[in-house]
Design a protein around this ligand. Structure first.
Ligand code: AMP
Length: 144
């Protein structure tokens, strides 16, 4: 496997070098809105520990990541009153991975509404993403 490259865009977001519309942050995890959402509320959950994807991640990182995914997924579902959630994690380019720092997609699904394409649906309005993030943060607070 190719080794981890700390110049990837999520590593830059974690280091605070480029902005993101943040939903949640602690010592180990950062969650933020996907800039090309497949549906309203599409959130990415990222461990701060460096790994390219699931295959080279420490088991402890995976455990911490999926505990956060479960908690944030519940808040996303509540915030958007979603009928379901798609939880996706891609490993390597042929599988659809485009950013090579481990991350999990939380994509709200709604009866009768088709999802937009993966990383092809166009950039969302940053003001709308900020409003969506605020809804998820409020739902997270309610759950805690
Ligand atoms: P993938 O690596 O295929 O799982 O997808 C990476 C995801 O990151 C895509 O859904 C992109 O829309 C999203 N993305 C890329 N750059 C950014 C960014 N700067 N902030 C938020 N999301 C991003």
């Amino acid at each position: 496997m190719v080794s981890y490259d700390s110049a990837n865009i999520f590593a830059k977001i974690i280091r605070g070098e480029i902005p993101a519309v943040k939903v949640y942050e602690d010592d180990d995890i950062l969650a933020f809105m996907d800039v090309m959402p497949q549906s309203d509320g599409h959130t990415l959950v990222v461990p701060k520990a460096p790994s390219r994807n699931l295959l080279d991640a420490d088991p402890e990182t995976v455990t911490t990541l999926f505990a956060a995914v479960q908690r944030i997924a519940s808040a996303v579902k509540n915030a958007f009153n979603a009928d379901g959630l798609m939880i996706v994690q891609y490993n390597e380019a042929p599988a659809g991975q485009t950013v090579f720092h481990l991350h999990v997609h939380i994509v709200p699904c709604f009866e009768g509404i088709e999802l937009r394409g993966h990383a092809t649906g166009g950039f969302a309005d940053p003001d709308i993403l900020a409003k969506h993030a605020a809804r998820i943060r409020a739902a997270l607070q309610k759950d805690s």
